[in-house]
Design a protein around this ligand. Structure first.
Ligand code: FMN
Length: 211
């Protein structure tokens, strides 16, 4: 397993050119959806929503506001990772209710957590909530990239786009959402020269200390 994991991470790279004839297997797509569902988040709040962009016109328009990155129209799948713009008390209560019911708990057993969440989260200013939620999207992205690599799917993480313009294009604000990241998924084109480049990483020794 250890070698398999490292081999997959060495194999993956931020793909620049895709084989546009490749289609994502529905089974792989379903697995990736489960991977994203299983992503951890602070307090388990999952302030996330994912949009598979399939409409050709929307894909073209998205590419236009993403520095014309060709992956958006050539990859087999394009996923927009969005976050919730608020975490109001209705949302918090729904999350605690779900936790209570999923784990067959009594309300008394969870009321401390309910009170804590309302104090810790509901009192945060909006801009802090947005920043905090956006961080959760990066966790999901990391998990998605590793999963793609293990499934031998190529992927490109992207923050090279105008998120406000994408929010407007997809009418996200009225849905209480904000676009944070895009991830394209598919199969590398044979002539994508980036697949042959050596990985540039700082030495492990410089990344860790033990204290
Ligand atoms: C959050 C994030 C945003 C990125 N945005 C883009 C992007 O918009 N376009 C792109 O081609 N690559 C993008 N990259 C890819 C990085 O440039 C790439 O991961 C890095 O150079 C390391 O190379 P490797 O992933 O091929 O190992 C992004 C990566 C991350 C993690």
């Amino acid at each position: 397993m250890n070698d398999q994991l490292i081999d997959a991470l060495e194999w993956r790279y931020a793909t620049k050119k895709y084989d546009s004839a490749f289609e994502l297997d529905p089974k792989d797509k379903a697995t990736l959806e489960q991977v994203l569902q299983l992503t951890p988040s602070s307090y388990g709040l999952q302030p996330l929503h994912y949009i598979w962009l399939e409409d050709q016109k929307l894909l073209e328009q998205t590419k236009n506001l993403a520095w014309n990155q060709q992956q958006i129209t050539e990859a087999a799948a394009v996923l927009v990772l969005c976050t919730l713009t608020t975490l109001n008390s209705t949302y918090l209560n729904a999350h605690i209710d779900l936790t209570r019911d999923t784990r067959s708990m009594q309300e008394e057993q969870i009321q401390g957590f309910r009170a804590h969440l309302h104090t810790a989260v509901a009192t945060k200013p909006d801009h802090e909530i947005r920043l905090w939620n956006d961080k959760q999207a990066y966790i999901a992205l990391g998990q998605l990239l590793t999963a793609c690599a293990l499934l031998k799917l190529d992927a490109t993480p992207m923050e090279g786009f105008d998120p406000n313009a994408l929010d407007e294009l997809l009418a996200l604000e009225e849905k209480g959402l904000h676009s944070v990241l895009i991830c394209t998924i598919g199969k590398r084109a044979e002539n994508d020269r980036y697949q042959h480049l050596k990985k540039v990483r700082r030495p492990i020794k410089s990344l860790f200390t033990t204290r």
